[in-house]
Design a protein around this ligand. Structure first.
Ligand SMILES: [Zn+2]
Ligand SMILES: [Zn+2]
Length: 535
């Protein structure tokens, strides 16, 4: 258990209490403690030793209860609360804009699942409920449909981790198996886990243990962390054919025609007289598209672009971030802390910037030839202007512009806002363009054709944010624009560990069919600096 886990449990308990109609002292005490734990930067063990009442706003009574939860690993009261709220009601928390108070009203009106909420909104029954109204009903309907579409899907790293644990189980049982399905194709979210095993279904069934369900034909079905699990069983001679088929996508495999039997994928492609196609390039969107001569890879990347330090909401110092970048073989990094308007994320004032620039100059002298570029992640303000006056913007070497608020403007307003930002002469990179959070928030609606067209015209770089919770710009749009735009892969790292997310960004760039020259991280630092000339 970590402090964050404990914070999450307390918030969940407070949410459930409110759904059950219990308000007042205990709920607010839980929320206060959850917030204090979120902010606490040390280890849980130290906090346990010091006593939880050393946290601001946490009293003796709650402190004792928290210590017991940590020591026993059990939070009985939370279990009790979970037992009192039907799972369908808990799922309503997935709907953006719904908090515990509104969920209570919905539940009391007999709405106890996402499906039921969508139906009630479609039939106009939500508008009449206290505190709702027609406009809310419409927004809720859209948000509920979004939640329904994402229900029981997981982010790519979550799916990969689950699949990895299962593959290890199978290996321990002496069953050779490998990853297939959308996870092997590195799709950004997964709705199921598919594996291919070189074994008989009975052997797989036994090896799966608690995850096993039933055998249908040569497929063993099961469940893994709520996800449907399928293990396709094949003999040695047709293992490659089965792997190709189970990897999909269905439409892409169908387009291959009848599949010959082969022990591995290479031999199946050879028998089809086709060049092997990597799994990332097997989506319906890739049908009829020419694969790039070479997909961009990790070894092509020279620089890290988009990272935060302790100057804003990162957790590591500039030096630590730089040394970690050097250790990973990068030649430069573009530090992009938050701008002043992002007060929630410790946005930098002009004085902060002066301090940071001085530190960068000193580090650059010390760490040469490694270079830190002076960047910023500037909020795109509601009217499309960038944070800071022009004379400050002019002093950055790289300016990222990002949407962090006002996601709900109309498509027309949002398009105008983004066009204005892109046209700003100081903007270098349009970062996480839609602001989406996969499975959580849809992101801004805009006329992306127009925005990206303008970016291409003006030579602006568009980010593929590599944070696996964002992966924004969507690779499908990047695929459409792969010949016209230059992209940057942004780890958006808030600690050195965040650099590892570059892998996800690379996978998305590969799905978008980006050749190395279309990715600005492959450029030397000088080429980034040259973009500033004439501005
Ligand atoms: Zn951002
Ligand atoms: Zn960022």
């Amino acid at each position: 258990m970590t402090t964050k886990d404990l914070a999450r449990m307390l918030s969940e308990a407070a949410d459930l209490m409110e759904v059950l109609g219990e308000t007042g002292f205990r709920t607010s005490a839980y929320r206060k403690a959850a917030r204090a734990l979120e902010r606490y930067e040390g280890e849980l063990a130290d906090l346990l030793a010091a006593g939880f009442d050393t946290l601001p706003g946490v009293g003796k009574g709650l402190a004792g209860a928290l210590a017991e939860i940590v020591q026993t690993g059990a939070f009985d009261y939370l279990e009790e609360l979970r037992g009192q709220v039907p799972p369908g009601v808990t799922e309503l928390f997935m709907v953006q804009g719904l908090g515990p108070k509104r969920i209570r009203v919905l539940w009391q009106a007999g709405i106890d699942s996402l499906e039921e909420l969508a139906r009630a909104a479609e039939e106009g029954r939500i508008a009449a409920l206290p505190g709702f109204g027609k406009k809310t009903q419409q927004t809720l309907l859209e948000a509920t449909r979004f939640a329904l579409a994402n229900l029981r899907r997981v982010h790519l790293p979550v799916g990969l981790e689950a699949a990895g644990l299962l593959l290890a189980d199978l290996e321990r049982a002496g069953v050779y198996a490998t990853l297939a399905g959308s996870l092997r194709r590195r799709l950004e979210t997964a709705g199921n886990v598919d594996l291919v095993a070189r074994a008989a279904p009975e052997a797989v069934l036994t090896a799966l243990g608690e995850h096993a369900g039933e055998v249908r034909g040569s497929v063993v079905h099961g469940r893994l962390e709520g996800l449907p699990l399928r293990v396709f069983c094949a003999g040695e001679r047709e293992f490659g054919t089965m792997l190709l088929r189970a990897t999909g996508s269905e439409a892409w495999v169908r387009a291959l025609g009848a599949l010959p039997a082969g022990p591995d994928e290479a031999s199946v492609f050879a028998a089809l007289e086709r060049d092997p196609v990597p799994p990332c390039w097997r989506e319906p969107e890739h049908l009829g598209q020419a694969a790039p001569t070479r997909f961009v890879e990790r070894r092509d990347l020279a620089g890290l672009v988009h990272l935060h330090t302790a100057y804003s909401d990162g957790s590591a110092s500039l030096r630590t971030m730089a040394e970690a970048a050097i250790a990973e073989g990068y030649a430069y990094m573009v530090v992009t802390d938050h701008s002043q308007t992002a007060a929630y994320a410790g946005g930098l004032t002009l004085e902060d910037l002066e301090r940071q620039w001085a530190e960068i100059d000193a580090l650059n002298a010390e760490l040469a030839p490694f270079r830190i570029l002076k960047g910023i992640e500037s909020d795109i303000l509601p009217d499309g202007s960038l944070d800071y006056p022009d004379e400050v913007l002019a002093r950055f070497e790289v300016v990222l512009g990002s949407l962090h608020s006002h996601f709900h403007l109309s498509s027309e307003e949002q398009t105008g806002r983004l066009l204005r930002a892109v046209a700003n002469p100081y903007l270098t990179v349009l970062a996480h363009p839609t602001g989406r959070l996969l499975l959580r928030r849809k992101g801004a609606e805009a006329d992306w054709e127009r925005v990206l067209e303008r970016a291409a015209e003006l030579g602006k770089i568009v980010e593929i944010n590599a944070n696996p919770w964002r992966l924004d710009l969507d690779w499908r749009l990047a695929l459409e624009w792969r010949e016209r735009l230059v992209f940057s892969i942004g780890p958006d790292a808030h600690a050195p560990e965040g650099y590892a997310d570059v892998t996800y960004g690379l996978w998305m760039a590969q799905k978008a069919g980006l050749a190395p020259e279309r990715v600005a991280n492959t450029w030397p630092a000088e080429r980034w600096l040259a973009l500033r000339q004439g501005v």
